[in-house]
Design a protein around this ligand. Sequence first.
Ligand SMILES: [Zn+2]
Length: 141
Amino acid sequence: MYTNFAPNPATTVPDEIRDQRRRLENSRNYISTNHTVEVPAGRYQGVGGAVIEADLQVKFSQRRKQGSITEQEDVVALAAIARCAGHGCAEGEHQVPSTDPVLLSADADDASTAALVPLAAVRKWAQEHAETCRALPYTGH
Ligand SMILES: [Zn+2]
């Protein structure tokens, strides 16, 4: 069961990438070049009542510049993760592998297209999990 409207990755992913670019330009020394931003991509409810959340992951990192020993370049890759909050759920987490990293300086709008693959994969898993997961909602005790 699909329970709410998820943000459109066509706008949220490029926005995150532009934000990171801006932050790096403004204060390179204070900003983590390696971090992951999670963007909600869907929320589902299992047949037992547990909530399953799907998130797109925008993964910022650095890699060594080709042909250089010392220079690094900023890259971004897209992945996704689904987490089931069911009490005692046997397969509570599903990680969708990252896309190939691309340069952070490349056109951010392309990222929305790249996001479609992990997005589709994570939503498919979350939906299938919701249809089969009999775990009860976690109540804190
Ligand atoms: Zn579950």
